[in-house]
Each structure stands twice: as structure tokens, then as C-alpha cells.
Design a protein around this ligand. Structure first.
Ligand SMILES: [Zn+2]
Length: 212
């Protein structure tokens, strides 16, 4: 074993990885038990403002804890683990057909703090398996407050006018799928869908990692 390998072994003994879901000692971010509890299965749901909506999983259990960590920790290991975990659940071809896969544009200040993009990391890997890619089509033009504890009406007011077209391709006459991490009330997704429809998209759908 070389010096680097020895140091890594000593470090692993001193600081073993702890499962984010149950705090048990684990060689992975989620232990095998918590992985079994985190079921992925693409679920379709009818949402009034979208032509189609799918989510990979409910926002609960160990996965909820892991996504929170991945969103707010600067440690990329959580996002990379999620990317491997989600993409492993999907074979080819990707079960949804669309012309453009686009993210909800992140808040520029939050993006800088986090230094990486959870949605891009996870969906990027899932789509790449099928030779598809994420294409930004919108930008965020105003900073919005944290909407965590807001009512639906307050969220709608806060997000209204936050996005505008300004990405790398036109959405005119295209079927667009908006990507996000969690769908809660849908206020953010609804506003993004409104902007894309105004830009001429023929169909707007949504896909999130979790459904709250
Ligand atoms: Zn666990």
C-alpha cells in the first residue's frame, strides 16, 4: 500500500462514513438498509398546469434527509451518490420522450454559495446514459426569498415574474420537460411553465426527483 493509501485507511478508521439516513457506520452515504427503504419508480401524476408530470420518489425517509444534505452541504459526495443511485434505476431508452430538458433556473446567489448544481448533477447523469442533455432555456432575473414556510398564494406572488427566456435554445414548437429537485405546491414549476408556453413551447411537462 502506498503512502496515500495508508493515509486513506487511517482516515477511514478515524472518521468512518456515517449513513445520512440512520447515522449507522456505513461505507456509503446511505447504508444498505436505508437504500432498500428508498424506492424509485417513475410515477405519473396529473397536475393542472402541466401536460405531464413525473417524479422518481416520495420526499420522505432517508432520501429526504439525503436530498437536504445534498442541497445545502458543499460536499459533492451526496449529490454524486444521488446521481449514481437515480441513474442506476433507469435503463434505456429513457421512459419520457421530449425535445428539450431544461432546469428551473437557480438563484444566482444560492448557486454561488452551493458551488454546484444538484439537479444538473443528478438529471445530467440520468439523461447522459441515453445520450440526452440538459439545456438551460430560462434565467432568473430576481432574487426570491426562501419559500419553505410560505402558503401557496405567497409563493405564487414571490415567484411571479422571476424567470425569463434567455437560455441556449429556442423552445418554440417544442415539447419541454422542466427539471427540479422537489415539487411541493408547484408554484415555481407553474411559473416556469408559464414562461415556456409564452415562449412558444407546444407542450410543457415536469420531472422532479421527489414529490412532497
Ligand atoms: Zn442508514
Amino acid at each position: 500500500m502506498d503512502v496515500k493509501g495508508s493515509l486513506h485507511s487511517v482516515f477511514s478508521l478515524l472518521f468512518p462514513t456515517i449513513c445520512v439516513g440512520c447515522r449507522a457506520v456505513s461505507s456509503e452515504v446511505l447504508c444498505p438498509t436505508c437504500q432498500k427503504k428508498s424506492v424509485f419508480c417513475l410515477k405519473q401524476e396529473s397536475i393542472s398546469f402541466l401536460s405531464g408530470y413525473w417524479s422518481f420518489s416520495a420526499y420522505e425517509g432517508p432520501l429526504r434527509t439525503l436530498i437536504k444534505q445534498a442541497k445545502f452541504s458543499p460536499n459533492r459526495a451526496y449529490a454524486n451518490f444521488l446521481a449514481d443511485f437515480f441513474s442506476a434505476s433507469f435503463g434505456e431508452p429513457f421512459p419520457i420522450v421530449a425535445d428539450v430538458w431544461t432546469p428551473v433556473p437557480p438563484d444566482p446567489s444560492r448557486f454561488r454559495q452551493r458551488k454546484f448544481d444538484l439537479v444538473g448533477t443528478v438529471f445530467g447523469k440520468c439523461l447522459k446514459k441515453n445520450s440526452l442533455e440538459i439545456i438551460p432555456t430560462m434565467v432568473k432575473r430576481k432574487i426570491t426569498p426562501s419559500m419553505y414556510q410560505m402558503t401557496l398564494r405567497d409563493r405564487q406572488t414571490a415567484i411571479h415574474g422571476a424567470f425569463e427566456l434567455g437560455g441556449m435554445c429556442s423552445v418554440e414548437h417544442k415539447k419541454v420537460v422542466i427539471l427540479d429537485d422537489i415539487l411541493t405546491t408547484g408554484a415555481t414549476m407553474a411559473e416556469a411553465a408559464r414562461v415556456l408556453r409564452k415562449g412558444g413551447a407546444s407542450e410543457v411537462c415536469g420531472l422532479t426527483l421527489c414529490r412532497a
